[in-house]
Design a protein around this ligand. Sequence first.
Ligand SMILES: [Zn+2]
Length: 390
Amino acid sequence: MSTTLFDRIGQLVTCAPELGDGSPLGLVGEAALVVEEGRVAWVGAAAGAPAADERVAVGGRCVLPGFVDSHAHLVFAGDRSEEFAARMAGRRYTAGGIARTVAATRAADTETLASVTARLVDEMARQGTTTVEIKSGYGLSVEHEARCLAVARRHTDETTFLGAHVVPPEHAGDPDGYVALVAGPMLEACAPLARWVDVFVEQGAFDADQARAVLRAGAAHGLGARVHANQLGPGPGVRVACEVGAASADHCTHLDDGDAAALADAGVVATLLPAAEFSTRSPYPDARRLLDAGVVVALATDCNPGSSYTTSMPFAIALAVREMGLSPAEAVWAATAGGARALRRDDVGTLRPGAAADLVVLDAPSHVHLAYRPGVPLAAAVWRGGRRIH
Ligand SMILES: [Zn+2]
């Protein structure tokens, strides 16, 4: 059984308060970490590190858990850069643009879809992401949704069935008929390929009753719930997420006074996606109000071709700090341990012994540099399950 010692770590972010300075990030200075069989076996001061078969000298740099990107739409075809350019010239974002990607995705062959997804997962890895959730939602028929989830499954167990993304054009006259298809035959075909079910609750997408029907049918097939909630305006998405015990309510941009308290009471993670607000030139969510209400906050990219075409968790961290008032420490926690909470995982997003050896060596002395040096590729090396992937 071979062991690897990561030595001379200038700042180790464990996200385990008891192992470090007592803060949520659990910082350890002058640290070392031992990996055995793909898991973290030991963490502590470098001076007390045990011997190991191999040694990686980190040279005083920062090591942190790999990012957990808990919200991404990576299976699609086509390009919407002209829509982005038009939006930057003043046109407003609506949910309707999704239909363009649906048409391109249906028309693409499976290997084209697979190569887009693989490229984006690789982009993520090079920026430090070691766990990614991938949604369907651009197929919107039994055959095409199942095909998208099969592609997603090549890369992650955290797959999400999002048949209720928008009503596709061929069902435009009968949205309830489409909901019955999603909650019936489409779910039947997709549930074996998914861990989660998600609904876009929004004007122009689905209402509260339709969302309940899909999420409850998903639960009957063993799928956990996630909700696209309150992105483009106020609405019932957050309350539905709380009512069904969803793992996460995502976006949370337009909340009323009771929404934050409801999230805290129900233990639903608020997953904030500031790259979507950046890319649609929209107001950012009030992250401070959520944190003050005791809500667990996660950060994710929302990578998708329409409203947030970035794979970069460091970019989401920089936006969260600059635009949403999170401290650098809060943003890094939300992008690691917070993302893990949004996926109900305790084996990732932390470097406590027993966790997956998913870690990033930053080309920087501290985690603060992720926000302090926006746009700079700081992920010098990335390991997943104890194996170097970048
Ligand atoms: Zn999304």
